[in-house]
Write a protein of this length. Structure first.
Ligand code: GDP
Length: 138
């Protein structure tokens, strides 16, 4: 069973969308195996997004991720990484397909409500960045 990592971002938590997003996750056959609600610090957000550190939006993105609590999640199903990317929709909600989470809930390109790992190696890094082995209960 493949695991992926997700974040319900500050814009969605702030608008009380945790339940609606979890419903989409479970309703699409994913099993949640770890979850916590935390406030990220800037160094933690910078470490998480280190691959983007040369991008012009790095400062805005990492500061935005610390503006309020987020929900960190690990969930699993066959082909979970790709399936979650599809359910999230395109990075920019203006380009996202109908029925995706970003199309339905995101505010803009930055405040796009959810994060999802994009490959096996990033999923492994992101899961272990926030969760210890004993916090993941399949
Ligand atoms: P994702 O994998 O779909 O989340 O997209 P990326 O890995 O390309 O970007 C990471 C996150 O940075 C996105 O989810 C957005 O929150 C944010 N982001 C991406 N592109 C931009 C941009 O051009 N401007 C700003 N402000 N934020 C961006």
């Amino acid at each position: 069973m493949e695991k992926t990592f997700a974040i319900i971002k500050p814009d969605a938590v702030e608008r009380n969308l945790i339940g609606k997003i979890l419903e989409r996750i479970e309703g699409n056959g994913f099993r949640i195996v770890a979850m916590k609600r935390v406030l990220l610090t800037l160094p933690i957000a910078q470490g998480f997004y280190h691959v983007h550190k040369e991008r012009p939006f790095f400062k805005d993105l990492t500061e935005y991720m610390c503006t309020g609590p987020v929900v960190l999640l690990v969930f699993e199903k066959e082909g979970a990484i790709k399936a979650w990317r599809e359910l999230m929709g395109a990075t920019n909600p203006a380009d996202a397909d109908a029925g995706t989470i970003r199309k339905d809930f995101a505010i803009d390109l930055e405040k796009n409500s959810v994060h999802g790992s994009d490959a096996r190696d990033t999923a492994a890094f992101e899961i272990s960045y926030f969760f210890s082995q004993t916090e993941i209960l399949s």
